[in-house]
Design a protein around this ligand. Sequence first.
Ligand code: RVP
Length: 498
Amino acid sequence: MARTISQTPSRALAEFRLLPRLTTAESVPAKVSLRAPLVTCPATGVTLHLNIPVASAAMQAVSGPQMGIALAKQGGVALVFCSQTIAAQAESVARIKRHKAGFVEPRTVSPEATIREVAELSRATGFSIFPVVDAAGMLVGIVSRKDYDPGRHEGRKVTERMIPRARLEVGVEITDLSDANALLLDGHHSVLPIVDRQGKLLSLVFKKDLEEYAENPLQVADDRKRLIAAAAINTHDFEERVPALVEAGADALAVDSSDGYSFYQGRTLDWLRARYPSLPVVGGNVVTGAGFDFLVEHGAGAVKVGMGSGTICITQEQKGTGRGLATALLDVVAARDRHLARTGRYIPVVADGGVVTAKDIVIALALGADTVVMGRYFARMEESPSEKVVVNGRVMKAYWGEGSARAREWKTARYGQGVFVEGVEGLVEYAGKLADNLPETLAMIRSSMASCGCATLALLHQDAELELVSALSIREGQVHDVYLPRTASDDGGRSWGE
Ligand code: RVP
């Protein structure tokens, strides 16, 4: 007989509801903060926070550079998928980090360079404005696409065509974007070089970036004002992949595995802890407290929870292994709380797989998760890398699991995996741009937290009251006994914006 046989059923997120508590003046939706810890670094004690508790899944159909940029602007982060070549993944991370988030570390040109060289650099980088600096890094001017004609001036020196330093407005040692904004608004220029007191160039601030920044107050950036980027790694080629991702600027890594409670993952985390002690790493996936303890012992700074609950996942059906996400979270969160009491160190927990709607997110958070990872939710967006398909007049996007035949093609060629599949390939209804969908989902979460009287996620952990619901009460909570103009969709009746 098996070592343990539990006859208590494993629970899904959908089986819980939150009980309303008093909404105070401090917990109205406008005052609810969704700031959440994503991952800590055990060696340094530094925690990487998101401004919303949401990450996109490390999947080919979900998290490329466009998703990384769009989601970081909204306050979350994409886990850039690792089922691609090291060079392609590192380039995706570098693209997210290059995206301008206020202060920009610019590519510079020398005053002695020719206009031909500037035009070539412009073509290669896509940038049209270059600060001109001397050998000591002192700002001597700016040359932009408006200052030269590539044919007519190609042999001329930059110094002959640039706008010299004396005619430029500069900010001296400005570190606050609003100060830079004030100078840009008062001046006539579209770009403001920031220099130190000696005149050495530090960064550039573009007017159009500031406008974009103002539109995205929740965006998450590093201390150099570059968007945050996170990347998945596997337990096979990490010794080559990690250095390339670090070089590209990855702020955090996540070990991508459907079963993280393994010697392979322990070995990978040990290597990371020895080589990159200050790099925060999310371990996973596990569904038990024992799995949590194992990953944390090996240096994981957050633990991702879920097995077999993803929308495209058939692990439970194929292998018989897995657990309802709610039960898995409860077990892992209890282990996390024991670890906190024992060591004083808080390890964030990430809920992953089957988190589909705003209500799923808030219930996962109330059960003790700090953030959620979503695949299907983000696959529907314009920014996901998957192709659009029109079926019966409806625009859909392809969505496939990392364990599906389509994704395994890549892995099998490299690691010899692929005897059987653990995921399927399907379609999801196209939803448009992330920026047109996510705010509505976040508004629902804020409203739900307000109903629970919780202005922060820490308070939600502490004060939320959850109740298990019966199948009949779930039915009662849905639309019933009325005819609807459209009663069913491929979303199982869900409305699009969720
Ligand atoms: P969902 O958000 O429910 O679409 O689930 C996404 C999650 O499903 C991923 O973050 C991952 O944990 C899991 N996944 C990805 N591929 C597969 C598979 O092929 N079985 N499962």
